[in-house]
Design a protein around this ligand. Structure first.
Ligand code: GDP
Length: 195
């Protein structure tokens, strides 16, 4: 699946802009700065790929990438912007809710969690939204290279405890480091095996 390059398809700001739901789709969510762009780029081996979503004006769009004519990879805007205007946040949340609850081909959401920080309140919010939308989600730990093994274990314990409250959570947690390329092959296989 990941042999071919990913291509940026479009940034979507309203439901009528969504591409046809004719391919298997996965989406990536996480707090700003969690390492989402870096992970998507590392996963797909395409350097400039997710940079689009971090450029000003693009941050409130749902960004679609095509992968091998058979999949869509979807980059959801980073959440937890403290200083975005309320009207912008509310518009974005409405779109996100509609997207998550109405997307028939969406097979899994990956919720990225920084290995140094664990699950925060805003992560809980997105997990609850995924529960309500009946979208199975899986936690991907990022930046694992930044912590010692004991600290990683501590975070994993906290994350596992948090997941017990979420019926839509898939139990297996994927630990990654884009820096060291750790866990990327695991994540690629998980995506390739969804049908
Ligand atoms: P985003 O806002 O979630 O898209 O975050 P970015 O992908 O832009 O990453 C935020 C910062 O974390 C950048 O400075 C990255 O270089 C850094 N970063 C991302 N992934 C890793 C990783 O696996 N290891 C380390 N050490 N740093 C990372």
């Amino acid at each position: 699946l990941f042999a071919a390059e990913s291509q940026f398809l479009k940034g979507v700001v309203a439901m009528d802009g969504l591409p046809d739901a004719d391919r298997i789709e996965v989406c990536f969510a996480g707090r700003s700065n969690v390492g989402k762009s870096t992970l998507i780029n590392a996963l797909t081996g395409t350097k400039a790929l997710a940079r689009a979503s971090n450029t000003p004006g693009r941050t409130q769009e749902i960004n679609f990438f095509t992968q091998s004519d058979s999949h869509y990879l979807v980059d959801l805007p980073g959440y937890g912007y403290a200083n975005a205007p309320l009207a912008v946040v509310e518009k974005w949340q409405r779109l996100l809710k509609r997207y998550l609850s109405g997307r028939a081909n969406l097979r899994r959401a990956f919720v990225l969690v920084d290995t140094r920080h664990g699950v925060k309140a805003v992560d809980e919010e997105i997990m609850t939204l995924l529960d309500q939308s009946a979208v199975t989600f899986q936690v991907v730990m990022t930046k694992a290279d930044k912590v010692k093994p004991a600290e990683q274990e501590k975070t994993l314990t906290q994350v596992r405890a948090a997941l017990t409250k979420h019926p839509a959570a898939y139990p297996e947690i994927v630990v990654t480091s884009s820096e060291k390329s750790d866990g990327l092959e695991t994540l690629r296989s998980i995506i390739a095996e969804l049908d």
